[in-house]
Design a protein around this ligand. Sequence first.
Ligand code: NAD
Ligand code: TYD
Length: 353
Amino acid sequence: MTILVTGGAGFIGSNFVLDWLAQSQESVVNVDKLTYAGNLANLASLQGNPGHIFVQGDIGDRALIEKLLKQHQVRAVVNFAAESHVDRSIHGPGEFIQTNIVGTFGLLEAVRAHVNGLSDTDKAAFRFLHVSTDEVYGSLSPDAAAFTEQHRYEPNSPYSASKAASDHLVRAYHHTYGLPVLTTNCSNNYGPYHFPEKLIPLMIVNALAGKPLPVYGDGMQIRDWLYVKDHCSAIRRVLEAGRLGETYNVGGWNEKPNIEIVRTIASLLDGLRPRADGKSYAEQISYVTDRLGHDRRYAIDARKIERELGWKPAETFESGIRKTVQWYLDNQEWVAQVQSGSYRDWIAQQYQG
Ligand code: NAD
Ligand code: TYD
């Protein structure tokens, strides 16, 4: 049997594919459009591995997806493919609507057609797992309880609104057509292969390059941080034992203000790769104009997945961030490779002045 992963050349998807093939005999068909965020270098270690079948394609291409599902006798789909960066969604929401909503719709239609043609046994075993975000729940006040699966949807950015719409489509395909779906809503991931437009990798890469560390607004926005390999293990567990039609929140129990994250990275680098002038990397911190509509706080209550499926994160923030900083120090070539022309254009546009 085989699973089909979408967006498996992106940050979380590539970590998932690598982890999956390290632990399972089951092959992976990896469908990725290879946008600016898709990078086959993340999967270089799989070269020559017959268990990894890469196909460049769009999740909205129903004919392609249906063909692949049939040809490879796929028993589960894990949908990572998305436009994922909030700041980009503010500059240009169109791609987010196209991939996250219209694309997910096309994927669901292809899966529905495929599942309809399966035997009752294969139908009962089939799974469609949709990977979503805590950002669909909106922003929390400082004292509010963390997001449970019952929290109402209140997305505030074009990105989170498009993810919320995709979650609703997935839910509707279960209720209306009986599609065997599972949804996970996780907090901010960090770890290897994270594209350096997002907070943690951007800070590491800028620090090492002697560039400013741009902190939006007052830096007191709070996020929960989840080490990417913990996220991958949660997805495997939900795929294995999650109840159909259910949503599972996945978090790291690591709520931290952004400025604390940046200071932690600076101090780790001070120890691991001291600046030539002996000063701290924290000197490079630079407060910049805040993001439009910036959500103040996200926090995940991950008790349901622990109670029902026995999943808990293995990493603390301290252990995960140390591994992450070390990974970037050890993988400078990967960093140089992703800093392509389009990456430089984005940085110039976003951080001008
Ligand atoms: P990413 O931007 O690093 O990767 C997305 C991948 O999807 C890329 O490889 C890209 O080429 C591919 N892709 C984009 N449009 C496509 C399309 N139309 N068809 C096929 N492939 C397409 O994203 P990520 O950080 O790995 O996130 C993966 C998923 O997890 C997303 O659905 C995202 O919303 C969700 N998520 C991410 C985080 C996070 O902290 N990174 C947190 C919560 C949820
Ligand atoms: P990001 O990594 O873009 O993830 P998300 O917006 O999905 O949470 O940003 C994490 C937090 O860091 C968010 O509050 C915005 C902030 N941030 C900065 O302060 N500076 C930056 O340069 C970036 C990219 C993000």
